[in-house]
Each structure stands twice: as structure tokens, then as C-alpha cells.
Design a protein around this ligand. Sequence first.
Ligand code: HEM
Length: 488
Amino acid sequence: MTALEVLLFLVVLCIILYAFVLSRSPKNLPPGPKPLPIIGNILDLPRSKQAYKDFLKYKEKYGDVVRLVLGPFQTFILVFSQKAIHKALIQQGNDFKFRPTTLFVIKKIFHGNGIFFGNGDVHQKLRKLTLVTLKDFGVGKKSLEERIQDETHILADELESYGGQPRDIRKTLKRAVANIIAGIIYGSRLDYGDPEFIRLIQNIDTIFTVTSAILPENFFPFLAYLPNSKARKVFNAFDDISRYARRRIKEHRETFDPENIRDFVDLYLKAEEHEDEEAVNEENMFRVIVDMFNAGTDTTATALAWAILYLMTNPDVQDKCQKEIIENVGSGRAVSLSDKERLQYLDATIKETLRLACIAPLVPPHTVLEDTQFEGSTIPKESTIIFHLNSVLTDPNIWETPEEFHPERFLTEEGRKKEKEFFIPFSIGPRSCLGKHLAMMELFLFLGNLLQRFKFKIPPGCQKPSIERVHTGITCQPHPYQVCVVPN
Ligand code: HEM
């Protein structure tokens, strides 16, 4: 066969397959832009650095449930608004609780294992085991609060060493947060200047700024084999983090003593002795560790970077937080979790940061295993379903002046906590964020203790930094900014 004949054969094969898939798709699909043959709606995908925002135009045009076809066979469903997201993830949570196994990049990295991209009984067991472990993390020599306190002091000393000069502190924040996870998992922290640590954090950056359900390699896997493929960068980053995790697990296995549990890895090694082997085995432990290290670092560190940006651009809010800390804690001792009830304004500031920055504006993909009736249409089985959290967290029908930073919206007139049903930065339902409590604890202790010691200021002579969100991968990042960290 000549090259032209092979090409013609492939095109005809694709058309036949495409016609076959179309004939089998359910009727009554959600509305959406008309797909082209073979490539579907690829040309309609966001190309700006604010992918979540570009998707909002579909909500305006087609409503709360929108269908896209990506590549020849992938059905994508976008779900917007509190009502529809709540219905899917809570009322129909058992239908929508699965993760897809059809996206090439995700399949190649996760193999359907671990907590993030696992499904079924094994996922449930791993999730439960990890949650219990995180909850009563009295293992090892230190409590979780002590670990965070210790790291806060090291971070504060590092920031103080910058002498109040303008700096981009985002990398330092990432190293501090990564150390909390490293401490939980491996029982020890890493030095901020350790080249291996710096490389691991760079890998996490790559994963979080590049990986996306709409990466073209997901629908056209051959693209992953081209030089400069973004997916290749993600694979390399994962491989490096994985090699590190496997080495640390091996070291733990060699020195394991069931009578002296040092950390999360030891707990899993212990669980291996009596838990169901299908769920608790070395491969799954490795996946869980990599999931935790990735999911627990970039998200919380990004939230911290946003909080500092909002504080320096809203000095009145910063002053109120500091006044509250001075009045309720003073400067003679560290801010601790037992101060939480007394530091309501700080708590509201953290919530407002998570709302406005919207760290994960598009929930990592879900799927349904069967054709599923939802909001008057049929969601085809194995569709990739994306819940648009930003459409809830900045919905003008829910939040007054949603694009403004206003912590008071989380407080009553008397300054007490006001619960907000629509505050869902960690998503909701059976797959909601497993590290929510850890993240909130870290944000409270890091910010409370830093604000007790420092003021965050815009460098003299500089313009107010942009608070526009950059969204090219999983998380919404701030633009790079410089800050002066000045002792109080
Ligand atoms: C500000 C910080 C964080 C934010 C905004 C955040 C947000 C999210 C979101 C939106 C999801 C998807 C939920 C869904 O699919 O419905 C998620 C899942 C997850 N998060 Fe977080 N997260 C944060 C911190 C953390 C931390 C500190 C950890 C780990 C210790 C963590 C571990 C996980 C895991 C393992 C999942 C997957 C759960 C599952 O599929 O069962 N996250 N997170």
C-alpha cells in the first residue's frame, strides 16, 4: 500500500467508526455547539490563559448542562451553577462519583489506581484509610499541629532573612507547604535549598500548570509522541516524583518497625498486614502517596500565595486581621488551632480567598458508568464530566459584588461566623476534597502566625499587582508578584 492509500484507509475507517458511535449514542443529549466530523469541537476549546472563563460563554448560550464532542469519540459535559452541581454530586452522587478512564494522559499516568483516579471498592477503601489516617494523625513523634507550627517558624525565619526587600515568595511558600505533606508521608522535612526538593516542586508546578482534561493529547494520543508535547512534560514530571516516592517507600520498608510507627508510609505498611490485599498493597500505597504529595502541595500553596496577594492589595483587611490577632493572642505566643473561635475575621479572610481565587475552578473530571438522566437530558455513559466551580463561587445571583474581596460576607453583623451553603471550593459529594481539613488547618496556622510577625506590603514605587487569575492547567494561579515582607 502507498502512503496515500494508508491515509485514505484510515480516514474511511474513522468515518465508519464515527458513524457507528453516532448511531449508538443516546438521543436527547444536552445542547452544545455543533461538532465537526473527526475533530468534534476541538476548535471551540479555550485557548486563552483563563480556560475556566472561556467556558462560561457556553453557559450563557446553552444553559447549565452543555455537551461538547472532543476528538472523534469523547463526549464532554460541562455542568454549571449551584443547582445543577448540587443535584449531580449530592442527589445523584452515586451516579456521578466515578472518574473517567478513557482520557489518554490520565490513563497513562494513573492506570485507574490510587485515590484521585481510582474507582469502585478499592478507591473507597483507600479513601477511608487515608481519611482516618489524616484525622487522627497522632502517629510519629509530633502532632499535625506541631508540625505545621514548626514549619511556620522556619518559613517566617526564611521570609525575615529577605530583609524586607521585594521578593517573589511563591516558591518559598510551596516548599513550606510541601514540607507539611512530606512530614506526614515520610516523617521528615526537606531543606528549602535541597536541589532534589527544588526539582520535585518544579515537577508539581509542571503538573498543575499543564495537566488538563482538555489537553489535546487526551483525544489524539499520537500528539503525545511529538517533540514538545505538553503531555510528555507531564509524564516526565510524574516519573520523577514517582521515582522519589518508590525510593522513600523502599527505605521505609527496610527500616520498618511495627512498634514504632513514624509516619503515613509506616501506617500503610502496617495496614498491609491485616487489610484487604487488593486495596492495601505496595502499588496502591505508592499511588496514594503521589496523589497526596501532588494534590496537597500546589493547591494549598497557591491559596497561601493568593491570600498574601489579597492582603497586600487590601491593607484594611490586613489591618483588621492583625488587630484581631493582637487583641486575642498577643505577640508572646504562637497562634494555635485553639484560637480559631477567637479569630473569626482571619477565618473569614481565608474563606474569601478560597472563594474569590477559586483555586480549582474546574473540578477534576468525573464520569457516569451508564447513560444517566440528568436535568432533562441524557448524559452518555463514559462521558467526561467537568463541574464548573467558579460558576458557583462567583455567581452574582449568590454573592453580592462577587469579584470584590470582602471577608465580611462570611460574618454576621456581630462578627460571628456566617455559614454559606454555596461556599464549595473543595467540591461536594462522595469525591469531595480529602485534604479539606488539613488545608484549612494549614492556611489558618500559616497565615495567623505570619500576620502576627509581618506586614505584607506592595514594594515602594510599584503599581498595585494584578489580581487577575491565570488558568492553564488544574489550578488558578496569580500572576507573578513581588512583595515586601516587613516585620511588625
Ligand atoms: C486549598 C486547598 C485545596 C483545594 C482548593 C482542593 C480542592 C479539591 C477539589 C476541587 C477536588 C475535587 C473534588 C471532586 O472531584 O469532586 C479535590 C480532590 C482531592 N483533594 Fe483537594 N484541595 C485542596 C487541598 C488538598 C490537600 C491538602 C490534600 C491532601 C492532603 C488534597 C487531596 C485531595 C485528594 C486525594 C482528592 C481526590 C479525592 C477523591 O477523588 O476521592 N487536597 N481537592
